[in-house]
Design a protein around this ligand. Structure first.
Ligand SMILES: NC(=O)C1=CN([C@@H]2O[C@H](COP(=O)(O)OP(=O)(O)OC[C@H]3O[C@@H](n4cnc5c(N)ncnc54)[C@H](O)[C@@H]3O)[C@@H](O)[C@H]2O)C=CC1
Ligand SMILES: O=C(O)C(=O)Cc1ccc(O)cc1
Length: 361
């Protein structure tokens, strides 16, 4: 690993999921992390988790990371710029234009402010869900403007790089229309699809396979945060939703009379165009580029999964992630194991030599 770029003090305001995750990752590189939160209980929890320490009167942070909900982001940025007149201030809010314009309209000097947004998160907020590895391999958008001093920009880039993320420069407008498509509309689509399950009979829900699970994972997200994100980025979200609704209406109409001329072509085109869209996602199968996967068949008998994990340890393979696919009543489960690309082939060879059946890679 390359040596950390950021040194000294970093102050994080908002010690929830994002703030505590950034704190945990920076603490691991030796940074003196100062945490602040409007909720004393959240602050205590984040400190207990090792994400940083509470503030002291003579703290002099070089960099301040505002990680509070979108609706209070502009207020907190303004207050931090005023309270620490030499620090660079960034924020991680999921929308970039609205807080920026609010600050511009108030006449705040934004020379030391650079908006940013790591494209990394989890369904549940709070310090309790924080993870130091949340940002590994993820894009981290940075919205500088012409007035941004290079050394201020460098501090925010160093933050992203030290956390294992990839900094990407964009304007706030470019950012908001991009995340409307890749983050905000997917959240709504997942939520609305999952809503169809609410009154579905148990007998139907019991048949759920991996497809539905993959499609609705983010439907567990918190309404409090998402209502703010969606309302703050309404125009770009509506543009994507209109296109989505029109496509959905076309397929729905075709299926009202599947034997009508052209109907099957319409359905086939929708599926084929989806193939083309998903092929554009970065990484294999649109998944994380950092890891390769090995799918191992696991007999549905007690202790088999434990045995597999122990044997992975015995052959010296570190498991980066684990996903289980198992349908009720099936005699076989599938353990999808993520490993570093350089150990994938050896892991397959050694597991096969020990009698494990590899379903796919
Ligand atoms: N949850 C996610 O997956 C992602 C969230 N974000 C952005 O990160 C920001 C924080 O989100 P989360 O960490 O998920 O939320 P969270 O709810 O886990 O944490 C927010 C924290 O801010 C504190 N807070 C609220 N108002 C405050 C104020 N005025 N001063 C000080 N502290 C205050 C809360 O007590 C809470 O501890 C949001 O702007 C969100 O859009 C960005 C990427 C992913
Ligand atoms: O869980 C996922 O895949 C996400 O996309 C999480 C997420 C939520 C909000 C953001 O602003 C950024 C990322």
């Amino acid at each position: 690993m390359s040596p950390p770029r950021l040194t000294g003090q970093v102050r994080i305001v908002g010690a929830g999921l994002l703030g505590a995750s950034i704190g945990l990752a920076l603490r691991a590189t030796g940074v003196d992390v100062i945490l602040a939160d409007a909720s004393p209980a959240q602050l205590r929890l984040a400190v207990d988790y090792g994400a940083g320490r509470a503030e002291l009167p003579d703290d002099e942070p070089r960099l301040i990371v505002v990680s509070v909900p979108p609706d209070v982001t502009a207020n907190v940025i303004e207050a931090e710029l005023a309270r620490f007149p030499t620090a660079v201030v960034t924020d991680v809010a999921s929308v970039k234009l609205e807080p920026y314009l609010a600050l511009v309209n108030r006449g705040v000097d934004l020379t030391r402010y650079i908006g940013s947004h790591p494209l990394a998160g989890r369904e549940r907020g709070g310090a309790i869900s924080a993870r130091a590895d949340l940002f590994l391999g993820r894009p981290w958008v940075i919205c500088r403007d012409e007035e941004t001093p290079p050394e201020a920009l460098a501090l925010v880039e160093d933050l992203a790089l030290d956390l294992g993320a990839s900094p990407i420069e964009m304007t706030p407008e470019e950012h908001d229309s991009s995340v409307g498509l890749v983050s905000h509309v997917p959240q709504l689509v997942a939520s609305v699809l999952a809503k169809q399950l609410v009154h579905a009979p148990d007998s139907a829900v019991r048949l759920t396979g991996q497809g539905l699970r993959d499609t609705v994972r983010i439907a567990s997200s918190a309404p409090e945060l998402w209502v703010q994100i969606l309302a703050s980025n309404a125009a770009p979200v509506v543009e994507v939703l209109d296109a989505f609704a029109a496509d959905l209406a076309r397929v729905t109409d075709a299926l009202r009379d599947p034997d009508a001329a052209g109907a099957r072509r319409t359905v086939a085109d929708a599926i084929a165009q989806g193939n083309s869209g998903v092929a554009r996602l970065p990484g294999k199968h649109g998944q994380d580029r950092r890891f390769e996967t090995i799918v191992v068949m696991v007999d549905d008998t007690p202790g088999q999964l434990g045995k597999l994990l122990t044997e992975l340890g015995d052959i010296g393979v570190n498991m980066e992630d684990l996903r289980l696919e198992h349908s009720p009543g099936a005699e076989i489960g599938l353990a999808e194991i993520a490993v570093l690309p350089e150990v994938q082939q050896r892991a397959i060879d050694d597991l096969e030599a020990r009698g494990w059946r590899i379903a796919s890679t």
